[in-house]
Design a protein around this ligand. Structure first.
Ligand code: EPU
Length: 302
């Protein structure tokens, strides 16, 4: 099957925060032919399409959502490996181009880089997203942003089908990416990154160091959606929330992490209503204390 349509899907089953009510349908596209089928199916499904990767940056409301989840399963098979080619550049030396499907999980891409001896992505160790979601939000950690390594991206739109966009034709910002193709729906299908050859043991030790640091300072194994607020220029939202006394604050089954104040965690039976109330509580505490209005980083689906 190149397109699999499912009804009765709950966002809480598709998001790392484990929150969210039912959607109209979920469309999983496993090959290019499925994208044509998707273009034909979308108008009949109603609601708005929402591109969903690993669901690791989403806070979805408890009620029903007039949404069709669209998931690119390109590269998601257990045996999928990124495609590698070499480009020789003048003085900059050798660049290794790595092409990966949107459905490939970032941890698997990093594992591949470790074994193949490719450097560049180590800072993203412990980031749970997919290649597609990571590109679509320009995921970053420890000084590495996916957008900075992207050479080109293959994007699908219902009107135009699949097109390769050069990175220089796309817009990038802090946790922001736009292929600048359409004001409507777009889906990352495949991405190409420029990495460099490096001894596998060196890549591995940098990944281990990044993971150890992350594990000591962030609740990496908890049910969370990563940082919920953007960092204001020059400071850390986590530090501001911590200093405003928000760290560890709980409501029902939701809490601000005791390890890093910018993470909301679902302790098992939390609800989106509780999460949203805590989010506003944290924002208000920081505003009262520092006069700074924190901007939400997690994507909220009301
Ligand atoms: N801090 C506190 N209390 C806290 C949390 C942090 O005092 O509860 C202090 C730390 O001690 C440190 C400073 O704040 O001095 C910065 O903390 P950290 O290194 O954890 O980085 P961050 O600015 O809080 C950002 C990103 C993270 C990313 C890390 C590492 C944002 C909103 N957050 O966090 O990204 O993993 O840097 O690069 O940009 C995410 O995108 O979801 C995310 C978690």
């Amino acid at each position: 099957m190149s397109l699999t349509l499912t009804r009765d899907v709950l966002l809480k089953e598709r998001t790392t925060l484990r929150l969210g009510g039912p959607v109209l349908a979920e469309a999983v596209v496993s090959c290019e032919a499925g994208l044509d089928e998707l273009a034909r199916a979308l108008p009949g499904l109603g609601g708005q399409p929402l591109a969903l990767g690993a669901g690791s940056n989403i806070l979805a409301g408890d009620g029903p959502h007039a949404l069709v989840l669209v998931r690119a399963a390109s590269g998601s098979r257990a045996d999928a490996t990124p495609e590698v080619s070499t480009q020789t550049e003048g003085s900059a030396g050798k660049t290794i181009l790595v092409r990966a499907g949107a459905g490939l999980r970032l941890p698997r891409l990093l594992g591949f880089c470790q074994h193949a001896g490719l450097t560049g992505l180590e800072g993203l160790t412990g980031v749970p997203g997919s290649v597609g979601g990571g590109v679509a939000m320009n995921a970053g950690s420890y000084g590495v942003e996916l957008g900075a390594l992207l050479t080109r991206v293959r994007v699908w739109t219902p009107e135009g089908g699949l097109v390769w966009r050069k990175a220089e034709d796309c817009a990038f910002g802090y946790r922001h990416f736009n292929p600048e193709l359409t004001a409507g729906f777009w889906l990352v299908w495949e991405a190409e990154f420029a990495l460099r050859a490096e001894a596998p043991f060196a890549v591995r030790s940098r990944m281990e160091a990044a993971y150890a640091k992350k594990k000591a300072t962030q609740p990496v194994t908890a049910r969370s959606a990563g940082c919920v607020f953007k960092n204001p220029a020059g400071t850390s939202a986590g530090r501001l929330l911590d200093e405003a006394g928000v760290k560890g604050k709980r409501l029902g089954g939701m809490a601000f992490s005791t390890l890093h104040a910018n993470f909301l965690v679902n302790e098992g039976n939390g609800t989106a209503a509780e999460a949203l109330e805590l989010l506003e509580y944290g924002r208000a505490r920081v505003f009262d204390r520092f006069g700074l209005d924190l901007e939400t980083e997690v994507k909220v689906l009301p």
